[in-house]
Ligand binder design. Sequence first.
Ligand code: NIG
Ligand code: FE
Length: 405
Amino acid sequence: MSCLVHSGCTVATLATGGDPYGLIDDAAITAENGLITWVGEAARLPARYADWPRTDLGGALVTPALIDCHTHLVFGGDRAREFAMRLGGASYEEIARAGGGIASTVAATRAASDDELLRSALRRVDDLIADGVAVIEVKSGYGLTIADEMRMLRTARAIEAHRPVRICTTWLAAHALPPEYAGRADAYLDEIAIPGLAEAQSQELVDAVDAFCEGIGFSPAQTRRMFEAARAFGIPVKLHAEQLSDQKGAVLAAEFDALSADHLEYLAEADVPRLAEKGVVAVLLPGAFYALRETRLPPIEALRAHGVAMAVASDCNPGTSPMSSLRLAMNMACTQFRLTPTEALTGTTRHAAAALGLADEYGTVAPGKRADLAVWNADHPDMLSYWIGGNLLKGRIIGGLYHER
Ligand code: NIG
Ligand code: FE
């Protein structure tokens, strides 16, 4: 039970209306029992808070804690050798079709002990925490047996016992075909991906269902089967859509009222209104665009014009986005996709919360939201996207309590 006032700061509330960052200078924030109860100019602090213990944040910038709404950060091994192959001219698809790619991470993940999986994941989580992240989505998809997919999600959930972060788990068994099911994708869905979802759901391990809808992944018809299974359990869906080709995955995602459609480099402009109509968040993953040396840009201007909420995430994974900095993803979203710094920060706070179905709890500094905030050594929020690397985080407020970095 804590009743605290944090003052001496500039707050970027990211709330809608007014200035796009929702900036408040000389601000104060009150937190009670882990929730924000008031935010505004310190001079207007209501009298009832006058005697509450107060932390002076020394002129720092406060934002909502950042949210990484798309990661694959539980995995075994690494793919550094494939990086060299790709630099030598091999494409991601060629490597995947030759048995490398996701399949090689599946072998390493199956071979890793529970403890190894957790310890390596925690290193990446620590990197994200150093960037002010307090909510992380983690997908399965490197186990591809029922037991190994569930082990990945159990490992992801275990992170919460070791670090002050909220973890959202996503069932991504329809990520790739394991070698034992080569050429038998529908049998894999019937025997592993769908019954495994039932089992994982019965153990309360699943917050959302995802699939890799792609030529080297699952067809739209197979993705639909996965989505129907999710719908039968009342679990929300999201999709790796239009990353390497236009499969009309985003249209399918919208049909199933998906939380988000992710990647979207090959999304047709004509399909953008589908996302807008259903309030599907477009999750942009510039780390994968960069690491694959992709040249085709997501249709940013059309997404913007139709008012589709754009989130930005790290896609932290050993293949296409070996990166554990969300601020770097924000910088890349600006430099590569021409997002504004305001859009990039909105994309890792308010819109990222929506992409996880957590808009009521996270993503803005407002009464009723979780008092989970990032405190920065920065004069202006543009700095968070502009500056590449460095340690900009001064501290974190988690559950209302301030922790110096
Ligand atoms: O988001 N494209 C599918 N899934 C991941 C890559 C996974 C991998 O290559 O290991 C992605 O890019
Ligand atoms: Fe991904």
